[in-house]
Design a binder for this molecule. Structure first.
Ligand code: GTP
Length: 597
């Protein structure tokens, strides 16, 4: 295909503004799939994605479009993940394209994520075509939203394409805008190979499949390739395109997108963002901007039933096959036994993995409170990264601690601004910007990530009745007065409940957790003290009174089968608890205890 008839594009949008619906319409309009083959939303292909209506892994589709100018174009649509946790994958996907469709819901307007995505697209030098979606809705206000796009996003919106992805209205307009308004790719077919590794996943039949965008040169079947950052060398077995089913081709040239397989065992060999070149005639410089994606949130995962440990190891290994940004290492906890310390890109990523473990692998797990990665500068001059509050050394060995910060952009209707500002300052936020556009406020804050990981997003949604939108990026490390708070139940420290907090918040948080645990831990035959402590100093305490009567007492004289049922029910309940010394703590206590209200 000549470069002049290729267009590579992605669709960027805030969650629910209609990205997947539009993608499906484009696929349908180009006849890539028959009506019958169109399942609901082809691009979101994982169950959890579909259920939650979010896009996680980038996918790509090659379409063929006969345009009004008489030429037939190859349109490569690159789907991008819609959530902040996957910002790095978004930036790689954008780097693989020359332009973006910016989809904005005409009844909602610009949201925080719209902005974050546009900035990334502009950074990738994209030509951006604004699309106003959902114009079929009575609440649609296309003129107001156009103005908003110009004011807030800062790009011209006069010739925004007005569509309804749902009814199919003006999909043609989108296709024509793609070929007339986006630039074709550039690249020299005779230069040494430079291909961007956009994504990779594990396929049960093909092994590891790599999604590539060719920038220079040609990628041929049977070529010997080299990963420039990783340094590994592989033999290409298959080269192909997605139409949207995988279809093998002889080679891929500049400007093209497609996939390769090369007999790799794990996706850990494929770093998103790496440059693929030819081993015999390598490029001198890799493509710009390679950064490995690093987990920013860690938590422990422990099987409730100790016999499930091996099964958990296997399941984590399987998930890792498909997700190189997920990390895990074995961990032992005095309280929870053998398990794994797991690293995630963010909270959503954590939730998804946890949900898949329970749903697909049928594992009953206890997750400890998520923790960010702290930098400990020890008195012996060594810097250590702390992934687990339980591993915090004695304060006398610590010179200083640094914690990660984020830069957050929050958009919210004026009415709720007050409560959002309060929330941010409660969480040690520093305001860097506050602007108003058409009844909406945009607040930019710097916040410690530690204050965001537990429940910030939930709180934000609840204080704004769901109207606030939020986006963030990492913004460096800063020294902070942090302490580790241990929780003791019946005088025994429960390592899995310890956490790190700012000294100013330690006491209030310790008290809140003790109060919660008091309600979450069932009464026993004896009194139990629940305490929070910094080092040896107790900062909060609650007492759980002794149990007064036997659960079967109320069945006294009743029939025996009812009694047995009750006992069985109680046993069932026990399975979901862990024994700590003499006290049993239910699974639910672990996460609930650390949610702040
Ligand atoms: P993520 O995958 O989470 O990023 O969401 P998305 O942007 O892909 O949104 P999606 O396409 O799933 O659409 C969200 C909701 O809006 C769905 O219920 C769609 O049916 C609906 N929707 C999409 N386009 C239109 C439209 O043009 N008009 C109307 N009325 N509803 C639409």
């Amino acid at each position: 295909t000549p470069l002049s008839s290729i267009r590579n594009f992605s669709i960027i949008a805030h969650i629910d503004h209609g990205k997947s619906t539009l993608a499906d319409r484009l696929i349908q309009a180009c006849g890539a799939l028959s009506e019958r083959e169109m399942t609901n939303q082809v691009l979101d292909n994982m169950d959890i994605e579909r259920e939650r209506g979010i896009t996680i892994k980038a996918q790509t589709v090659r379409l063929s479009y006969p345009a009004k100018d008489g030429k037939t174009y190859v349109l490569n649509l690159m789907d991008t993940p819609g959530h902040v946790d996957f910002a790095y994958e978004v930036s790689r996907s954008l780097a693989a394209c020359e332009g973006s469709l910016l989809v904005v819901d005409a009844s909602q307007g610009v949201e925080a994520q719209t902005l974050a995505n546009v900035y990334q697209a502009l950074e990738a030098n994209h030509e951006i075509v604004p699309i106003l979606n959902k114009v079929d809705l009575p609440a649609a206000e296309p003129e107001r939203v156009k103005q908003q796009i110009e004011d807030v996003v800062g790009i011209p919106a006069d010739d925004a394409v007005m569509i309804s992805a749902k009814t199919g209205l003006n999909i043609e307009g989108v296709l024509e805008a793609l070929v007339t308004r986006l630039p074709p790719p550039v690249g020299d077919a005779d230069a040494p190979l430079k291909a961007l590794l956009v994504d990779s996943w594990y396929d049960a039949y093909l092994g590891v499949v790599i999604l590539v965008r060719i920038k220079e040169g040609r990628l041929k079947r049977h070529a010997k390739i080299r990963m420039m950052a990783k340094g590994s060398v592989h033999n290409v077995e298959q080269v192909g395109v997605f139409s949207p089913a995988m279809r093998p081709v002889e080679d891929l040239g500049p400007g093209e997108m497609g996939y390769i397989t090369a007999a790799m065992k794990t996706v850990a060999d494929c770093n998103v963002g790496d440059t693929i070149t030819e081993d015999r005639r390598p490029a001198t410089e890799p493509l710009a901007g390679f950064k490995p994606s690093v987990p920013v949130v860690w938590c422990g995962l422990f099987p409730i039933d100790a016999d499930d440990f091996e099964k958990l190891r296997e399941s984590l290994g399987k998930l890792r096959l498909n997700d190189a940004s997920f990390h895990f290492e074995a961990e032992t906890s005095a309280a929870l036994g053998f398990g794994f310390r797991c690293g995630f890109l963010g909270l959503l990523h954590l939730e998804i993995i946890q949900e898949r473990l329970s749903r697909e692998f049928d594992l009953n797990l206890i997750a400890t409170a998520p923790s960010v990665v702290y930098r400990l500068y020890k008195t012996n001059g060594v810097m250590e990264e702390l992934h687990n509050p339980a591993d915090m050394p004695d304060p006398v060995h610590i010179d200083r601690i640094e914690e990660p910060w984020i830069k957050a952009t929050i958009m919210v209707p004026d009415d709720y601004l007050g409560s959002i500002l309060t929330l941010c300052s409660e969480r040690r936020g520093q305001q860097t910007d506050l602007t108003y556009v058409g009844g909406r406020a945009m607040a930019v804050y710097r916040l410690p990530l530690n204050e965001v990981v537990f429940d910030f997003y939930d709180r934000l949604k609840s204080v704004s009745r769901g109207y606030a939108s939020f986006d963030y990026q990492m913004d460096g490390y800063e020294e902070s007065d942090l302490v580790r708070i241990s929780i003791l139940v019946n005088q025994e420290p429960v390592d899995a409940l310890s956490f790190v907090a700012h000294r100013s918040a330690a006491e209030a948080r310790g008290r809140a957790i003790c109060g919660k645990l008091k309600d979450l831990i069932p009464r026993q035959l004896f009194k139990i003290a629940v305490q929070a402590a910094i080092g040896g100093r107790v900062i909060a305490r609650e007492t759980i009174g002794a149990m007064s009567k036997d659960v079967t007492a109320k069945c006294y004289g009743g029939d025996i089968s009812r009694k047995r049922k009750l006992l069985e029910k109680q046993k069932e309940g026990k399975k979901r608890m862990r024994q700590f010394g003499k006290v049993e703590i239910p699974q639910t206590a672990f996460l609930a205890a650390l949610k702040m209200d």
